[in-house]
Design a protein around this ligand. Sequence first.
Ligand SMILES: Cc1cc2nc3c(=O)[nH]c(=O)nc-3n(C[C@H](O)[C@H](O)[C@H](O)COP(=O)(O)OP(=O)(O)OC[C@H]3O[C@@H](n4cnc5c(N)ncnc54)[C@H](O)[C@@H]3O)c2cc1C
Ligand SMILES: NC(=O)c1ccc[n+]([C@@H]2O[C@H](COP(=O)([O-])OP(=O)(O)OC[C@H]3O[C@@H](n4cnc5c(N)ncnc54)[C@H](O)[C@@H]3O)[C@@H](O)[C@H]2O)c1
Length: 459
Amino acid sequence: MSFDYDLFVIGGGSGGVRAARIASSQHGARVGIAEESRMGGTCVIRGCVPKKLMIFASTAPAAAAEARGYGWAEATAGRFDWPAFRDKLHDELSRLEGLYEGGLTAAGVDIHHARATLVDHHTVELSTGERFTAKHILIAVGGRPSLPGIPGEELGMISDDLFTMETLPRRVLVVGGGFIACEFATILNGLGSDTTLCYRGDRLLRGFDEECRALVTHQLEDIGVTMRLNANPARLDRDGDAIRVTYEDGSAETHDAVMFATGRHPYTAGLGLENTGVKLGRKGEIVVDRWSQTAVPSIFAVGDVTDRVNLTPVAIREGHSFADTVFGAQPRCVDHDLVASAVYVRPHELGTIGLTEEAAAAQGPIEVYAASFRPMRSLFAGSEARAMMKLVVCADTRRVLGCHLFVPEAGEMIQLVAVAMGMGATKEQFDAAMAVHPTLAEELVTMRTPVRRAGGAVV
Ligand SMILES: Cc1cc2nc3c(=O)[nH]c(=O)nc-3n(C[C@H](O)[C@H](O)[C@H](O)COP(=O)(O)OP(=O)(O)OC[C@H]3O[C@@H](n4cnc5c(N)ncnc54)[C@H](O)[C@@H]3O)c2cc1C
Ligand SMILES: NC(=O)c1ccc[n+]([C@@H]2O[C@H](COP(=O)([O-])OP(=O)(O)OC[C@H]3O[C@@H](n4cnc5c(N)ncnc54)[C@H](O)[C@@H]3O)[C@@H](O)[C@H]2O)c1
């Protein structure tokens, strides 16, 4: 049977673009890609990139405060011009979008600006009415924000909306306690909005190392975010130009804007999957094997739509591995076990890789090496903010099982720890590295005595 394409990719985000480019340019496949919105997907247009630029923008007042602590008596961040920043941000996103489109075109990929749905195991239909057949189809449609399902929730914003606001809200409520809630509360606070974060649990960032969760929760409070823990909105109502938020406990408050950061779900609705034998999991995610292959041999899926590890570099690696495996005769599958990530909060970031102390202790005997201190730089400037570095070590094999950093630029630091841990480094190999002095990172190779032992027989 002959097909229009060797590969048709649905979704021009992190995973889809990489797979299309590699399959075409490196393995000679005839590739088409459909994108219903803007090329680059969540990361480039509505996620990592604009978020990180807004994090940078939001650090100016803290940088000015630090400068005052170093003798720059008049230092001030001045007035923040949101429309000017926002317009510049969107120029940059358009530039990146153009680079993504250009990269695909240069790789020989046919770009279709349309929504695609599945007709059968080898056929897609575009919103333009065109149909294409392909030997293989890759679903890389990503995820969408989930709303809590409360009355009046349509009055609230999602993370996409933050990048296009007309004006900055004077008072804003962020709902949720995950990556997005923490990062956007940091941003809004830094840009000058009176920010409240409400979370239904008692500590933010469920699933992270418990000590780090406590530190992030306190830190957000310390930078001036009003924290409402064990609180959940029950309804939103319009109150003039503002929004009245009524909580489940009956209390109420008024904000100019409410942002929901209550998780994301795989974007599988309306994709025509019922026309195929592709299986979905409990959250609507596409079920794939370790080769990213669905229950239908000709259909593969990568990225957030598979709800494995929902991060850009993971989606990219999955897309690349798929292309190498199916079109390059170089079978590769992605190891999801040791993935580093960072939460971009202020003044310290959280960088993490491997097992939390709690998870490691549940598996066997461990030693915990940790240092908690006030970093020289911020301490001198008059800040009381504490940093923390933790290595979780297997007592038997001596391998470092987890590393959790709550320090400035932790995202940069955890990347390098990921190299060592990926090579199976032991605590003694960390110790053998000569320290770079004076740095924060030197703590990673100078923690000599465990602060506690846990797991196994000790517990
Ligand atoms: C606010 C925010 C901040 C984030 N920050 C980070 C971060 O700092 N670091 C990090 O690693 N990750 C971050 N992420 C997560 C990261 O963005 C995602 O993991 C990543 O983008 C997933 O890539 P993907 O290819 O699976 O999907 P996406 O990038 O979502 O791409 C899917 C694409 O498919 C298109 N599409 C969907 N359905 C169809 C269809 N039927 N036809 C045609 N096109 C379709 C969509 O328009 C979209 O462009 C963040 C996410 C958000 C929301
Ligand atoms: N720095 C980064 O790498 C980064 C940044 C942003 C997003 N991401 C990725 O995007 C994913 C999505 O982020 P997220 O923050 O939306 O999701 P999340 O799963 O991290 O957090 C969702 C939060 O919403 C809360 N919640 C869920 N349903 C609720 C309800 N009905 N009422 C009240 N609260 C509710 C949860 O308790 C949780 O705290 C992350 O898991 C991550 O993979 C990564």
